[in-house]
Design a protein around this ligand. Structure first.
Ligand SMILES: [Zn+2]
Length: 207
């Protein structure tokens, strides 16, 4: 994604309708926070939303282009989202990556505090595994830049070295299968858009 597209992505996210009850709950959560804390919270939410936006776009690409998926699709599109943010190579995107890793860690801690069952059968990897997989790609590309995220997770040094090759393999694989579908001058890609409601009875959705 080119940097110039970021404002459009932001506008698109902000334009998403929020149910009244959720909007009221959000307002309650923000009460008592300083201006800086509100700004940090918004930035954190935006970074996590950007990761999910690219994750869902990955599902769309797999579906619309009938891309081969050798392994669990949820893992594959997590990897694509991470790669897109890494290849964008900008401060906003780097922050989105580190905030998303923190987001998975916070989500895991909340589940553990609530003593929720770890859904080993789920289509998604466990939240902590999703954090580690993201960090593997991040340190695979730039071990120094993302050292703090890896240190926070106590990511083993030996594993960080393996991630260099895994990042390169994942990058070459994803961009290799997408290359034939890249738009060329005078040619438009066609997508069929189907709208459906993801929320039932106020339930929580996972990407
Ligand atoms: Zn998904």
């Amino acid at each position: 994604m080119r940097r110039s597209l970021l404002p459009l992505a932001l506008i698109g996210l902000l334009a998403l309708p929020m149910p009244g009850a959720q909007a009221a709950a959000l307002t309650d959560d923000l009460q008592g926070l300083s201006k800086q804390q509100v700004e940090d919270s918004v930035e954190f939410a935006f970074g996590n939303a950007l990761f999910f936006l690219f994750h869902e776009a990955g599902h769309m690409l797999v579906s619309e282009f009938n891309l081969p998926v050798l392994g669990r699709e949820e893992d594959a599109v997590d990897t694509l989202s991470t790669l897109l943010l890494l290849e964008a190579d900008g401060e906003v995107f780097d922050t989105a990556l580190t905030d998303s890793v923190d987001g998975w860690t916070f989500s895991a801690e909340a589940s553990e505090a609530a003593e929720e069952e770890q859904a080993l059968w789920d289509v998604h990897a466990l939240d902590r595994q999703r954090a580690f997989s993201m960090v593997c790609m991040m340190v695979g590309k730039d071990a120094e830049k993302f050292k703090e995220s890896a240190d926070n997770l106590e990511f083993p040094e030996e594993r960080r070295k393996q991630c260099v090759g895994e990042y390169q393999k994942a990058r070459d694989s994803w961009f290799g299968v997408l290359k034939p579908h890249q738009r060329t001058d005078g040619q438009n890609n066609k997508f069929t858009i189907t709208y459906k409601c993801l929320f039932k009875n106020g339930g929580r959705a996972r990407g």
